[in-house]
Design a protein around this ligand. Structure first.
Ligand code: 5AD
Length: 344
């Protein structure tokens, strides 16, 4: 029998914080029911298809100083890099295309170096010419830059709110949450498909904030939404803190799926980092996107969002967990599965 709280969420009735708290902390039978409901909604809205994205991490320079992230400006132990030539990027794009992956995901720290802005502007139309989608995740930027990238053909943009508490965000990221939310609104007004989401288990985060995170994500009405467990990064003030809780993250993902129905939801690599098969668990809570890392090897070790030993999601791993979840790859172009040895 489906619980009353789940029904409220599913039918998009106003849900009280108490009911949400019950779902967020679900264990045992209730948790299984939560996950099953999330999978059923994924099936209804997306079938059994998982969307792949190929990410290229373009720059590890960042002007922000977020306590949780190793790319923070004051981390002097990080060797920085910036890909400044379009050709290096376009060579990787060709590889992504040859594998039949339909989305090129360009990610970096908040790096407003003029050359970097120009490189992004240069590659967007080139990637679009290849028939691929362009997804950006490069931080809080002025409206005119967002507009320029949109006009050049960029399709979508990820800017996670990280946490819904203005006081808490200010404490851990040293800039106003309101500015970030303004950027999210601007991106939506411009016409981008927008992704957002939260981090679960940031040091000092209280439980009520996690409930507010879910309500904020619902209010934003994003096209993509994600929840990631906090990973303690080396060379940050939080390097000795505990990682975020797996179950709270999985439950948040399932709640997002049930409340936001047709959203794309990634099963993020941080899940795998805290638990073997964590990303498979993510797929089993209703996620339908996996990001595959295509950052050139010689740069990758310098890009440390999570930690030095960050789990790099490879195509083979993605195919393996997609099969094990009983799902299939969305083959927008031709997906050359035979190029990979899939053990299952
Ligand atoms: N743990 C979990 N997620 C993190 N991110 C950055 N650092 C961490 C961390 N230590 C996430 C943020 C950011 C995205 C690119 O990576 O949510 O928006």
């Amino acid at each position: 029998m489906i619980s009353q709280e789940l029904n409220q969420l599913k039918n998009q009735e106003t849900i009280t914080k108490d009911a949400l708290a019950k779902l967020l902390t679900a264990t045992g039978d209730l948790q299984q029911e939560l996950f099953a409901t999330a999978r059923e909604i994924r099936e209804n809205y997306h079938g059994d298809k998982v969307m792949l994205r190929g990410v290229i991490e373009l720059s590890s320079y960042c002007e922000k100083n977020c306590n949780y992230c190793a790319m923070r400006a004051s981390n002097k132990n990080l060797e920085r890099y910036r890909i400044e030539d379009a050709k290096t990027i376009l060579d990787v794009v060709a590889e992504i295309k040859s594998l039949g992956i339909p989305v090129v995901f360009l990610q970096s720290g908040q790096d407003r170096h003029i050359i970097y802005n120009e490189v992004i502007a240069q590659v967007i139309p080139e990637i679009k010419k290849q028939g691929l989608k362009v997804l950006l995740c490069v931080g809080e930027r002025p409206k005119k830059i967002y507009q320029k990238w949109f006009d050049l053909g960029a399709d979508s943009y990820i800017l996670k709110f990280e946490t819904s508490s203005p006081e808490f965000y200010q404490q851990i990221a040293y800039t106003p949450l309101a500015k970030r939310i303004d950027c999210i609104n601007t991106l939506q007004e411009i016409g981008f498909k927008v992704g957002t989401g939260n981090i679960v288990g940031l040091p000092g985060q209280d439980f009520d904030t996690l409930l507010e995170d879910i309500l904020l994500a619902i209010k934003i009405k994003p096209n993509f939404v994600s929840s990631s467990p906090f990973i303690p990064n080396q060379n940050t003030p939080y390097e000795r803190e505990r990682a975020g809780d797996l179950n709270l993250t999985l439950n948040t993902m399932a709640i997002y799926r049930i409340a936001l129905k047709n959203c794309l939801i990634p099963s993020v690599s941080a899940l795998e980092k805290i638990q073997k098969d964590g990303q498979l668990m993510g797929l089993n809570t209703g996620a339908n996107v996996i990001t595959i890392n295509f950052t050139p090897d010689k740069l990758r070790h310098q890009y440390r969002i999570y930690s030095e030993k960050r789990f790099v999601v490879k195509l083979e791993h993605a195919l393996d967990i997609i099969h094990r979840a009983g799902l299939e790859i969305e083959k927008s172009i031709s997906f050359h599965e035979e190029r990979f040895s899939v053990k299952n």
